[in-house]
Design a protein around this ligand. Structure first.
Ligand code: AMP
Length: 370
């Protein structure tokens, strides 16, 4: 089976690494001009010939990047099966569509307003009560295209800084922690759920993900499972879906956003779960049985951002697994990640701190259970 992947970054690279044992081949279609997968057969898409070449090679198509022209994905869907469908891309690349879907399915979110003018932004900030977070409706990721307003009077500056014609304005959530749930739906509608992860972001960029959480109530996992199942079934989804949520002091969950793909907060599964998110995505899209999602042991993923640190020193930590993306160093760039595994959360946190000390730009790890 030759799998076509739209996007050619590290997520595509890790999909391929998981697919080779299944005898899959990979052909990437890059739309950014900067492919970094460093593996498989990569086509940089600039015209119809490239697309035709790509389609001639592949049996089915998936993606590792959702900021793609929907019309392009719809055109591909006419020729080859695409999993997840273009409908998932259409919804997930637009925060307004995403929130409307959450509302329709009864999945709670922070209070929000849609605005199309600086004056409307100011009125929304007044109505919701500051602080609020303003986000571009499209094209935002990793905290880009966002601004926090501490006062409605900040609206004109925030509007200019974001520079987008349509924003979503959300009440600022005083969360206890950020969490995510990853689930996989097969072609036959079977759904499996990974244990939820606690995620630490700095400036909108994920730095650490830890799973399973030692203090997570079963009922919270079940609530998250219910939310993501509703999304999967509504979209008749095939593959891995990720839902990021805020957990509040009373244990309740508010949905932040979703990603129609394998996700950075699921990288821990490569070494910490029976079946990784990458393998399970490939199983799902090929109509194969889904693998066990159970965690083997407490695991923490540490992102390597900006500078590589000393790989040999990192590998000297017990049960440390380094995944490098073969990219050059640049401030803020995701270069790799380390999965640390230990038999207890206490031992795990010692390893996480030892790893963070070896990474020049790593923030101090802080988890809510400590
Ligand atoms: P997003 O791109 O929507 O995932 O936002 C990036 C990060 O900004 C999140 O991971 C949170 O740390 C923070 N953030 C986003 N929306 C809110 C909100 N409504 N309240 C508090 N923090 C937020």
């Amino acid at each position: 089976m030759n799998i076509g992947v739209l996007g050619a970054g590290q997520l595509g690279r890790m999909l391929a690494l998981a697919g080779y044992p299944l005898a899959n081949r990979f052909t990437f279609l890059d739309t950014t001009g900067h492919p970094s997968a460093g593996i498989g057969d990569v086509t940089v898409y600039t015209d119809q010939h490239h697309l035709d070449d790509f389609l001639a090679k592949v049996d089915l198509v998936t993606y590792e990047f959702e900021h793609l022209p929907v019309a392009l994905v719809q055109a591909i869907e006419e020729v080859r099966p695409v999993y997840p469908s273009s409908e998932a891309i259409r919804v997930c690349q637009n925060r307004a569509e995403e929130k409307a879907l959450f509302d329709r399915l009864g999945i709670p979110t922070p209070a929000y307003r849609l605005v199309e003018h600086a004056d409307e932004l100011e009125a929304a900030a007044r109505e919701l009560g500051c602080p609020v977070v303003a986000k571009s409706v499209t094209e935002g990721y990793d905290g880009k295209g966002q601004a926090v307003l501490r006062d409605p009077a900040d609206a004109a500056d925030a509007w200019r800084a974001i520079g987008h014609p349509r924003l979503i304005v959300e009440a600022f959530v005083d969360f206890v922690r950020e969490v995510s749930i990853i689930a996989v739906r097969g072609r036959d509608g079977e759904v499996v759920f990974y244990p939820m992860a606690e995620n630490q972001h700095v400036d909108g960029i994920l730095r650490y993900s830890l799973a399973p959480m030692p203090d997570l109530d079963d009922s919270v996992q079940q609530t998250a499972d219910g939310y993501i199942r509703a999304l999967l079934d509504e979209l008749d989804y095939v593959g891995v879906l990720t839902l990021e949520l805020f957990q509040c002091a009373d244990g309740s969950l508010l949905a932040n956003e979703m990603a129609p793909r394998v996700h950075n907060s699921g990288h821990w599964t490569m070494d910490g779960a029976v079946t990784s998110q990458f393998e399970n995505h490939l199983r799902a899209i090929q109509g194969l049985p889904l693998g066990d999602t159970a965690a083997r042991m407490p695991t923490c993923m540490v992102n390597v951002i900006g500078q590589e640190g000393d790989p040999a020193a990192i590998l000297a930590i017990g049960d440390a697994h380094l995944h490098r993306y073969d990219k050059s160093e640049r401030p803020g760039r995701k270069l790799g990640h380390v999965n640390l595994v230990a038999s207890t959360h206490e031992a795990l946190m010692e390893r996480v701190r030892a790893c963070a000390a070896l990474l020049p730009e790593a923030p101090e790890p802080r988890f809510s259970f400590e």
